[in-house]
Ligand binder design. Structure first.
Ligand code: GTP
Length: 122
């Protein structure tokens, strides 16, 4: 979903840096260009937004239908530094991930939590 922290996770992983005012990326229509031929996909939701977890499930469906066969899927529940305003229980994410054979981890691009583990997991 928009604003869940995709760019921030990449920025944290590649540059070990966090930007509070990062600009939005226009993305959905270009997604097939990125996942075609990919060995792995990281799908990100925001643990403080139930809607973003719902959107994540749509992305998984799209990947299963149109993505490469046997693509490795990793689910990142980002913004875990905001767990006091959490809307998505980790248990829900774990159950869903298990049902689709995906890796799941809660991350914080802001506080550099589990970013390394996310990519190592893949
Ligand atoms: N508290 C907190 N804020 C975060 C975290 N990651 C990203 N943000 C903030 O969330 C907002 C959106 O981050 P982006 O990295 O642009 O999210 P995106 O998913 O790439 O967004 P789009 O490009 O719009 O799809 C920014 O204000 C970030 O600073 C995090 O781990 N914790």
């Amino acid at each position: 979903d928009t604003g869940v922290g995709k760019s921030s996770i990449v920025c944290r992983f590649v540059q070990d840096h966090f930007d509070h005012n990062i600009s939005p990326t226009i993305f959905h229509s270009l997604a097939p260009m990125y996942y075609r031929g990919s060995a792995a996909a990281v799908i990100v939701y925001d643990i403080t937004k139930q809607d973003s977890f719902h959107t994540l499930k749509k992305w998984v469906k799209e990947l299963k239908e149109h993505g490469p066969e046997r693509i490795v899927v990793a689910i990142a529940g980002n913004k875990c530094d905001l767990s006091d305003i959490r809307e998505v229980p980790l248990k829900d994410a774990k159950e869903y991930a298990e049902s689709i054979g995906a890796i799941v981890v809660e991350t914080s691009a802001k506080n550099a939590i589990n970013i390394e583990e996310l990519f190592q997991g893949i």
